[in-house]
Design a protein around this ligand. Sequence first.
Ligand SMILES: [Zn+2]
Length: 321
Amino acid sequence: MLMSYSVRSFLMDSAKNPASAYCISAKAPEDAVRAAREFCQRIFCESHTACGTCLPCRKFEAGNMVDYLEIGVQEGQDQIRIGEVRGIAEFLSGAAYEGGYRCIHVVYAQRLTVQSQNFLLKTIEEPPNNVVFVFSVDAIHKLLPTIRSRCMEMVLESLPRKEVFQQLCKKGIHEQQAAYIAAWAGGSLIQAEKILADEQLAQIRQKATAIALRLATKRNPSMYLLEQDFLSAGKRMPEILYAIASLFADAALWPCSELMLNNPDAVQTIDVLARQFTLPQIQRIIELLNQRTERKLRYPQFRDDLMIKSLIFDILEVRAW
Ligand SMILES: [Zn+2]
């Protein structure tokens, strides 16, 4: 748990006597969602600690807390539409079943349409007694100022890389693995846990290393093999592109302290890249990889084989500078 910073403890303490609306933001949206859920659980919890053992906690964790409503994006949609938000009125029409607070948590509130936000505004402006709204967002400015002005704003800062590293080591994770996970997790323990549980990621990183080394060989690399390595990532194409870019980013810093690297476990590869490529070449290659990542995220249906072919041609051209 991210217990070490003051905003968070302030937020959790206020569960005893909550305000009527909160906006919780974190760069990694899952962090905001998790903190918001924990906060709501604390409101219901008999000891306000989210103990996990009292009856309200058990109901909450089992998804049976009737005084808690979570709304968010419906499957197959990319925005929280007004139909979703209208459900709130029905939820609020009766009294609290448990006799205490009622909580409405809007998950990924950055996806609320303007229309939905305006609809919500009416309820937030004149909130019924003992009702708490919690918005979890990736960036507070994505909510309308009129909504924000009604909320207590809480920004969950990311943790320093060193702290994530130490937490992972405490869990018994090997130092080198902990170091790269901490670098990749961007200050979020939730991301770190995800990376840790991601069995495919090790393979993706291995492939990324293989591709980077192929690009760094003195002979002309085989187009075919490069293409095969890239395409083996399948659905995880954005990650393999990111993994390669992060190796090149390390090469731009090299030589430096291992703690500054994204891939402290790949020092040999980084060293080869740093010797084979000039800084302008490295910068251009990172740019090319980032462009493709963005394109892939924006147009997932775009054919990988075409994208990868053109990427390889572009990189080989840079190599020939
Ligand atoms: Zn409890």
